[in-house]
Design a protein around this ligand. Structure first.
Ligand code: TNX
Length: 528
């Protein structure tokens, strides 16, 4: 009787919303095929999740939790050879190509998720969870509709960025943020750890850097471990040589000669820079980079390099001017060459690769070249509104890799609608609607041959107005869902109308997890 009733409820819902097993898939998988036949019945007494390798235990536990939450069943996990008739298999197959490539096969007899490694299989589990979420009727009856998915991401680098330098975020809040982003197959979280308003990472050799609110190295290691289980890598950013009031307030002797007597107040000014010709600057930064490299296992260290007010600092500084004369430089910005040559050398010696925000010779279009010649092994992030097409071309010419965080699509600190938040620090930010975010093609319609240097995407949530986790989530979701699809899904599989429909179950689910999403009421056509 209960089943019969739920079937009626399901049929009614079906007519209203056309739910099926594809209706909650975000990002849309790149290859889905129908499989004919009966659904697979989950039977709490018979069904078992089998893992081919011990390392898959976390993915299996995640799937177990998903089944519990969506179908109210407790399914055991086993490391034994699969037997019986009701099996869910997580099968590591090293010969499968692609680091994040997974496949799912569901038929009347069972479920198999395959991948070359844990990350790939974890993404298969994430997709399974969305199959359950979308396929409300079947899920209600503890059934899984047959389907075949073979999915691999368009881009390898799919990042979000948080800025605890401006407003501190607790470790617990960052973990909660990681929980959500991992569901949408993001694999990088960049932490902007230093800025004018604060230095948030403990550096043992220079303890004065940190004030009251910071992360100890131990806390960071724990956070890195938490993220790694969910296949999210944390990339640290130490922003130099501008955005450095916090470090200069602690060690004023690292500033330029003309700032020797200026009182530095954390957060008060954004225009003071580290001196480009001071041995101590380089020795302190080496200590910092060495400690950062030891804490973070990531391949990359981000060194900022954005918005350096060179004229207000290096041009006025006698030491910097002396270095310019010695090097025969005609423009102050050329001092970035020896400054970053040293920094990048430190990074390389620590077996890491540098990332920098891409700065061109103009902050508005038209721009013609880099601000200074970036070494080839620097990965650049394109961010300034209007300059991404130029960044794409110049990075291709010079052989630098590029990550796409274009202001017009990927800035999560910008308002989602006119008149919406942020209520302060809004310097005339462009409105970045959900639809606008969705329109991002990370390759900017370039031919295949011209996009090989594009690593992926990053949604940046600058923190000036982010006072707490609820604001953080409000600015992130649902726009991060649109960016997730831009990073993962091939253009031919993307469609805003379809995305809008797939959004609703995900919004409901996020709310259920306690995520304060913004309701994107503007996407609903009220004149039906
Ligand atoms: C520019 S984006 C910055 C940040 C600010 C942001 C505000 C970038 C590399 N630098 O320091 O927080 O604008 O939108």
């Amino acid at each position: 009787m209960k089943n019969y009733l739920s079937l009626i409820v399901c049929l009614l819902t079906l007519t209203a919303t056309a739910q099926d097993n594809r209706s909650a898939l975000i990002p849309m998988p790149n290859n889905i095929n129908e499989v004919k036949g009966k659904p697979f019945n989950i039977d709490a007494k018979k069904t078992t999740i089998y893992i081919s390798h011990k390392e898959l235990l976390f993915a299996a536990t995640t799937l177990q939790q998903s089944l519990k939450e969506r179908m109210q069943v407790n399914i055991p996990i086993s490391e034994l050879t699969p037997r019986g008739t009701s099996t869910i298999r997580l099968q590591m197959e090293p010969e499968m190509t692609g680091k994040e490539h997974y496949s799912i096969w569901v038929d009347g007899k069972g479920v198999t998720i395959r991948g070359a490694n844990c990350a790939a299989i974890y993404y298969g589990v994430m997709t399974m969870d969305q199959l359950f979420l979308g396929d409300g009727c079947s899920t209600e009856q503890k059934k899984i509709t047959p389907i075949a998915i073979d999915d691999t991401p368009r881009f390898a680098y799919r990042a979000l960025m948080l800025d605890p330098a401006r407003n501190f975020l607790s470790v617990e809040d960052i973990k909660f943020y990681i929980d959500q982003m991992a569901h949408y197959k993001y694999n990088v979280l960049q932490l902007h750890l230093t800025d004018d308003q604060g230095w948030r990472i403990e550096i043992k050799k220079h303890p004065k850097l940190t004030g009251k609110k910071f992360y100890t190295q131990q806390q960071l290691k724990e956070l890195i471990g938490y993220a790694a289980e969910r296949h999210v890598e944390i990339v640290p950013e130490i922003d130099i040589p501008g955005h450095t009031v916090a470090i200069l307030a602690a060690y004023p002797e690292l500033g330029c000669t003309h700032t020797d007597t200026i009182e530095m107040v954390v957060g008060k000014s954004v225009e003071f820079m580290l001196c480009a010709n001071n041995k101590k600057v380089y020795s302190v930064l080496k200590d910092i980079i060495d400690e950062v490299a030891l804490i973070f296992p990531s391949k990359y260290i981000h060194l900022g390099g954005d918005e350096a007010a060179v004229e207000k600092n290096w041009t006025k500084c006698s030491r910097c001017r002396a270095l310019m004369a010695q090097m025969g430089y005609t423009k102050t910005s050329q001092l970035m060459i020896p400054f970053f040559a040293k920094m990048i050398d430190f990074v390389r010696k620590d077996n890491k690769q540098p990332i920098l925000w891409c700065e061109l010779d103009n902050i508005y279009p038209p721009a013609n070249d880099y601000l200074f010649p970036y070494p080839k092994d620097v990965t650049l992030v394109s961010w300034r509104g209007g300059l991404t097409p130029t960044c794409l071309e110049i990075t291709a010419q010079h052989g630098n890799n590029i990550i796409m965080a274009p202001g017009e699509y990927a800035y999560l600190d910008y308002p989602q609608l006119e008149g919406d938040l942020p209520e302060f620090n809004n310097w005339g930010m462009p409105v970045t609607t959900l639809e606008k975010c969705y329109q991002l093609d990370p390759a900017y319609s370039k031919a295949e041959s011209e996009q090989t240097h594009i690593q992926g995407i990053m949604g940046t949530l600058w923190g000036e107005a982010i006072k707490d986790i609820n604001r953080l989530m409000y600015m992130t979701y649902p726009r991060a869902l649109a960016l997730a699809e831009a990073g993962w899904t091939q253009m031919q599989n993307r469609n805003f109308e379809s995305f809008k429909e797939r959004l609703y179950p995900n919004l409901m689910n996020l709310i259920k997890q306690g995520v304060s999403v913004r309701v994107p009421f503007e996407i609903v056509n009220r004149e039906k």
